[in-house]
Write a protein that binds this ligand. Structure first.
Ligand code: SF4
Ligand code: SF4
Length: 387
């Protein structure tokens, strides 16, 4: 008897494919016959398990692909061959569709897909203006006497905690609902806790090291030509670990405030400020490098309609880190309040757009890599049983 999971999977497979999904179906069918790139990344072993590609498979494969470009630069069926196989571009064209279809609420995801840069900058700018207005109403001027870095003299701590706490909760709920629906569509195999734990460790290792940006041979991606470079991996790591350091800085500030009865401002050589500074520098170097690579990337890797979303996200990250570092440098001056308002507006804009743009790719990719690790574990168990 068919399980509910099987029935759902069959229903999903009968849905009409979009043109982008049809292209992934076409290139994967050719790759499945060729299999030259089998060892490059997790896409090809996952593809080899399938005979045909339904909607769920296509979105799964598209989110496992890291767009390293290696398979395009090695492909004997790439243009000018009549097959014109371009796996990274086909996958890249489908990924925004995943974010849009699984975004919660759906209407916001579709809006961000259409006008990523506009929405990102408008959100950050609008929130910054709102906070500047609050500042003027409260203080009566852009300027004030130096406050020794005491942000809470401008915006009360409880107001900030309530505003950012609500937004953070919203982001967790929106991303959580989206990735839960995506995970259900992937129909992962039913496994024991032991297998799930081991697969989760595999997937976490692959996410934290960005294993599949190594091109399958360890030498890295193809960016603008046939050479391999580790630049994309390095700039992704600056971005990711910069974000992690900023998160640690905020968490430490929260612990100091609520559990150690030690409210901000903190001296420069305190842990929250040091983590924040290192994180801010990482979040400046990483996104600036990714923006540069985005601008010089080989045109065959890019999907023109996707660039506003990519660049909007990168611009917002640069705005967040640059305003944070300038704020730190000027925190004991009369423009601290103005800089604080602009920085908080940028951070708020970044948080609000997190579930509807490029940030989501990390979450969906992690889920897809977990499914890939689970499938590999199950294959290993089957082989061991049959031996
Ligand atoms: S990308 Fe090209 S070379 Fe690689 S498996 Fe597909 S068809 Fe073969
Ligand atoms: S990760 Fe790289 S090698 Fe794998 S499918 Fe994507 S572009 Fe090709």
């Amino acid at each position: 008897m068919q399980t509910l999971q099987d029935l759902t999977r069959d229903a999903v497979s009968t849905l009409l494919l979009s043109p982008g999904e049809q292209e992934v179906d076409r290139v994967m069918t050719i790759c499945n016959a060729c299999r030259y790139c089998e060892g490059f990344c997790a896409v090809f072993p996952a593809m080899a398990r399938l005979l045909e590609f339904n909607k769920a498979d296509i979105h799964y494969l598209a989110n496992v692909c890291h767009n390293c470009g290696a398979c395009l630069h090695s492909c004997q069926y790439a243009a000018p061959h009549e097959f014109a196989v371009n796996v990274p571009q086909a996958m890249a064209a489908v990924r925004p569709q995943t974010y849009g279809e699984f975004a919660w609420p759906k209407a916001l995801g579709q809006l961000y897909q259409r006008a990523g840069l506009t929405m990102a900058l408008a959100t950050a700018g609008g929130l910054a203006m709102f906070l500047v207005l609050v500042l003027i109403v409260n203080q009566g001027s852009w300027l004030h006497a130096p406050l020794a870095g005491n942000f809470y003299a401008i915006f009360p701590h409880n107001l900030l905690a309530a505003m950012f706490g609500l937004v953070f909760l919203y982001v967790i709920v929106a991303l959580g609902i989206g990735v839960r629906s995506f995970w259900r569509m992937l129909s992962p195999p039913a496994v024991s806790h032991v297998v799930m734990g081991a697969a989760s460790l595999d997937a976490t290792g692959n996410v934290l090291t960005l294993k599949y940006l190594d091109g399958g041979h360890g030498k890295g991606c193809n960016d603008d030509d046939d050479r391999f470079t580790q630049r994309r991996r390095v700039f992704h790591h600056f971005t990711f670990y910069g974000f992690v350091c900023c998160f640690i800085a905020t968490s430490l500030g929260t612990i100091y405030h609520y559990f150690l009865n030690d409210p901000a401002p903190y001296p420069f050589f305190s842990l929250p400020v040091l983590f924040g500074t290192v994180g801010g520098i990482g979040l400046l170097i990483g996104p600036a490098g990714l923006l540069w690579l985005n601008l010089v990337r080989h045109p065959d890797h890019a999907v023109v309609g996707q660039q506003p979303m990519d660049r909007g996200f990168i611009a917002l990250l640069i705005l967040v880190s640059a305003t944070g570092l300038v704020l730190l440098a000027c925190r004991d001056t009369g423009v601290m309040g103005l800089l604080l308002a602009i920085h908080l507006g940028a951070v708020m804009g970044f948080f609000l757009t997190m579930p509807y743009g490029k940030f989501a790719h990390g979450v969906f990719r992690s889920a897809a890599l977990l499914k890939s690790a689970l499938d590999r574990r199950m294959d290993g168990l089957t082989v061991a049983r049959n031996a």
